[in-house]
Design a protein around this ligand. Structure first.
Ligand SMILES: Cc1cc2nc3c(=O)[nH]c(=O)nc-3n(C[C@H](O)[C@H](O)[C@H](O)COP(=O)(O)O)c2cc1C
Ligand SMILES: CCCCCCC(=O)C(=O)O
Length: 347
């Protein structure tokens, strides 16, 4: 069946998934105020198109930290893809490679990062990391990501503790089924738990900086002051994110946080954004407000659950087509033609 919007992919995914797994993917923390705010904030912003600009040849490619993407939409790191499809992250990576975009592989992937890379030759992979209090194990995982050919590390900083996800508590969904595990966490005969620790600090990030020559992206920045501090620690990019509303509830919508962080960073490094991106017009709004690219989390899961690799490919193709059409309708030939004056904030 042909699907015309990401909403239709979500409906199809919901029909196929175990209800507890659907809730895990869809849900957020607390009252899910931030989950809803992420999408609502995009809807509230308007786009002011320019006209008669002779913008015939469209260009939607971006280069980020040396990785090339054919569109400014990346695959955000999300855990547990094998709950959605037996091929899991392998299928997602093949679809991302076909779409010529970057996939950020989660540390909590149900396929080991090396196997993800082997399944999708030519894929541009970055690796998301929860810094572990046991830094020697952080190093083990970093070496795995490097060996797999990942070209950047994305350190998730918004999770000193797991968010309170009340759907999961109600459903008793507290762990993966027995046949699955976080494959990157293998340590000899055992699989380590992913530790989220409030003890982590910028010092851990400094030591990561010494551990690897890969560029480091800090994901989960909401406060402009943290963006400035990140620059002092040699960070290569900043990802504005509230974790899709899954960590601290009532954090403002990601797109509403963006302008102050872009101002704080002052062009020193690229600023990325995720949270609530569901339309090509959302992508344009974020870019016009200063993001270098955006990433999508749940839409990729919906594609995967609805149709495996082909489902993810369709989701990414849909977003690309929407970006291209919206860009043309805005009178732009390339992403750099977008500027903040084209976004109308609500009165
Ligand atoms: C099911 C699910 C699992 C996630 N797993 C991770 C993860 O392992 N690491 C991480 O940094 N962020 C994780 N995230 C957050 C995403 O990277 C991203 O910030 C969020 O999904 C963006 O919002 P969106 O789903 O509205 O696009 C997860 C999000 C979801 C929905
Ligand atoms: C115990 C594994 C933790 C995985 C966390 C995945 C994640 O970030 C999420 O939002 O869910």
């Amino acid at each position: 069946m042909e699907r015309w919007t990401l909403r239709e992919f979500e409906a199809a995914a919901r029909e196929r998934l175990d209800p507890a797994h659907y809730d895990y993917f869809a849900g957020g923390a607390g009252d899910e105020i931030t989950v809803r705010a992420n999408e609502a904030a995009f809807a509230r912003l308007g786009l002011l198109p320019r006209v008669l600009r002779g913008a015939a040849k469209l260009q939607t490619g971006v280069t980020l930290l040396g990785s090339r993407a054919a569109m400014p939409v990346l695959v955000a790191p999300t855990a547990f893809h094998r709950l959605a499809d037996p091929e899991g992250e392998r299928a997602t990576a093949r679809a991302a490679a076909a779409a010529e975009t970057i996939m950020i592989v989660s540390m909590a992937s149900t396929v080991a990062v090396g196997d993800v890379a082997a399944a999708a030759p030519g894929a541009e992979l970055w690796f998301q990391l929860y810094l572990q209090p046991d830094e020697s194990f952080t190093e083990t995982v970093v070496r795995r990501a490097e060996a797999a050919g990942c070209r950047a590390l994305v350190v998730t900083a918004d999770s000193p503790v797991h968010g309170r996800r009340e759907r999961d508590l109600r459903n008793g969904f507290l762990d993966l089924p027995e046949h699955l595990c976080c494959e990157n966490m293998r340590d000899g005969d055992r699989v380590r738990p992913i530790v989220m620790s409030p003890e982590l600090s910028w010092r851990h990030l400094d030591r990561l900086r010494e551990m690897t020559s890969l560029p480091i992206v800090v994901k989960g920045v909401a406060h402009p002051e943290d963006a400035r501090i990140a620059l002092d620690h040699g960070i290569s990019a900043i990802m504005v994110s509230n974790h899709g509303g899954r960590q601290l509830d009532t954090v403002p919508a990601a797109v509403d946080l963006l302008p102050d962080i872009v101002a704080a960073v002052g062009g020193a490094v690229p600023v990325l954004l995720d949270g609530g991106v569901r339309r090509g017009t959302d992508v344009l709004k974020a870019l016009a407000l200063g993001a270098a690219a955006v990433a999508v989390g749940r839409p990729v899961i919906w594609g995967l659950a609805a149709g495996g690799e082909r489902g993810v490919a369709s989701v990414l193709a849909l977003l690309r087509a929407e970006v291209e059409q919206a860009l043309t309708l805005c009178g732009c030939a390339c992403l750099a033609d977008l500027d903040a004056g084209m976004v109308r904030r609500p009165c």
